[in-house]
Design a protein around this ligand. Structure first.
Ligand code: UD1
Length: 431
């Protein structure tokens, strides 16, 4: 079983290149099935979630050619099956994007319902409401969503809650519906805009992505394209927190500074220096960092996917900070693990954490409860005194490419190990 082992205390210093956005790429990969022509996708992150999505695409009969580590060519002409196997849905929740993509192209899809997830209940009622509004007959039978239509017809859809997944999924189906679709109260996240831009590059007519209302004029067919995925806002934000909490000096390359504004603002509030360049951001941590409050919100608010990382940063800032999780109800499960390292974080009312800054954290053996919280525990370990071992790192590998290697290139003492012996060897080396 693989683990990360690290010896904390080194400030992270240097340059790091940020990869393509996982959550944009998941939508784009599904959307690439909506044409029979070749689609070339560049800047794909080489992470487990993406690789599972590619396996699922192959399993239904599309061809996937890895041009290089970050580039794939997909051709969906050979799709023989619009039914996704349960296995893929269990391994990766975003396979719900196959419903919108296959329904749009083939007017038929059968996709297992996403299983329980460990950050709270994650219903897909809004996705289904959108498909029904476009004229599809949608049924839940034997644990799967079946969606079928003779023709999809444009419609006016209001989303009761702002949802990234529902926005992207409905947008995909509507791109090949007849006539105009208007979706109100949509998500404005950078990856929503990226999937819209990708579909437009295939000949779709989608306007307004990045605002509250998206207007789609359905087209009859989509064509092939070549497209590069945007940089990952969450990977970037994770490294920004890592720089801050270790009192380091890190320049992130290949980023869009505008997408990072909420995290830049919070790091400045606690005393870090954040400088923005055309496609880079530099974060300089300060010995004396102070408290602030954080409330997760939909974009351009502070992302829920950076909540654990900023909480860890605040755990080592002077004063008492309040972190409110407004998107998912169960996203503080890592707090118990952080307590084992000396963190003083108390969860009240389920979605509010009171973070009392401490002078230091101390290394411990902890487990990653989910992807982002796992990354947060790693950066806590890099700031802690002594050795930290993080278990269950397969969660982290779902969304971070070469996480330990990128951190090590910034001076962190961290390694991925798969045995007691390897862990002891690391300890001997680290001293
Ligand atoms: C996406 C991201 C995830 C991120 C989240 C919020 C992907 C693959 N995942 O997840 O990393 O944490 O956005 O930025 O991009 N909701 C409903 N009904 C629905 C859909 C959602 O009630 O049909 C609720 C959810 O329970 C949640 C909120 O809406 O409280 C936001 O969820 P949503 O934006 O849909 O998250 P995901 O797309 O699942």
């Amino acid at each position: 079983m693989e683990q990360y082992i690290m010896k904390g205390g080194n400030p992270l210093v240097g340059d790091v290149a940020i990869g393509g956005a996982k959550n944009a790429a998941l939508g784009i990969l599904a959307a690439s099935l909506m044409t029979d022509e070749d689609v070339l996708i560049e800047n794909l992150p080489d992470v487990n979630d993406i690789n599972v999505m590619l396996e699922a695409i192959q399993a239904i009969g599309a061809s996937v050619k890895r041009v290089d580590r970050h580039t794939v060519k997909i051709n969906a002409e050979g799709i023989s099956d619009v039914s996704i196997e349960d296995e893929y849905m269990r391994r990766i929740r975003a396979s719900y994007y196959f419903i919108g993509a296959l329904l749009g192209k083939y007017k038929s899809a059968r996709v297992p319902l996403p299983g329980g997830c460990n950050i709270g209940s994650r219903p897909i009622d809004l996705h289904l409401k959108g498909f029904r509004a476009l004229g599809a007959k949608v049924e839940i039978e034997r644990g799967a969503v079946s969606a079928h239509a003779i023709d999809l017809v444009g419609s006016h859809i209001y989303l009761d809650k702002v949802s990234v997944g529902a926005t992207i999924n409905i947008m995909m189906a509507a791109a090949l519906a007849e006539g105009q679709t208007i979706i109100e109260n949509v998500a404005k996240e950078p990856h929503v805009v990226d999937v819209a831009n990708f579909l437009n590059s295939m000949g779709a007519s989608i306007r307004g992505a990045g605002t509250d209302v998206i207007r789609i004029r359905g087209v009859r067919r989509l064509h092939g394209t070549e497209y590069a995925v945007i940089p990952d806002q969450i990977e970037a934000g994770t490294f920004m927190c890592a720089a801050a909490v270790t009192r380091g000096d890190v320049t992130l390359r290949n980023v869009i500074p505008k997408h990072l504004e909420s995290i830049s603002a919070k790091l400045r509030e606690i005393g870090c220096e954040v400088s923005e360049f055309d496609d880079a951001v530099r974060v300089v941590g300060r010995a004396h960092q102070t408290r602030t409050n954080v409330n997760t919100q939909v974009y351009p608010g502070f992302p829920t996917d950076l909540q654990p990382q900023i909480t860890v940063t605040l755990a080592l800032a002077e004063g008492t900070s309040i972190v409110t999780e407004s998107i998912f109800e169960n996203r503080f499960k890592y707090v118990d693990e952080l307590s084992r390292m000396g963190g003083a974080v108390k969860v009240v009312e389920g979605n509010v954490a009171i973070v009392t800054g401490v002078e230091k954290l101390t290394g411990a053996q902890v487990s990653a409860p989910d992807l982002r919280a796992g990354a947060a525990l790693v950066i806590a370990g890099l700031a802690a005194e002594g050795y930290t071992v993080v278990d269950d790192i397969e969660y982290i590998q779902r969304g971070y490419e070469n996480f330990e290697k990128k951190l090590a290139s910034l001076g962190a003492m961290i390694e991925k190990v798969d045995s007691e012996k390897a862990a002891r060897k690391f300890q001997l080396k680290a001293g």
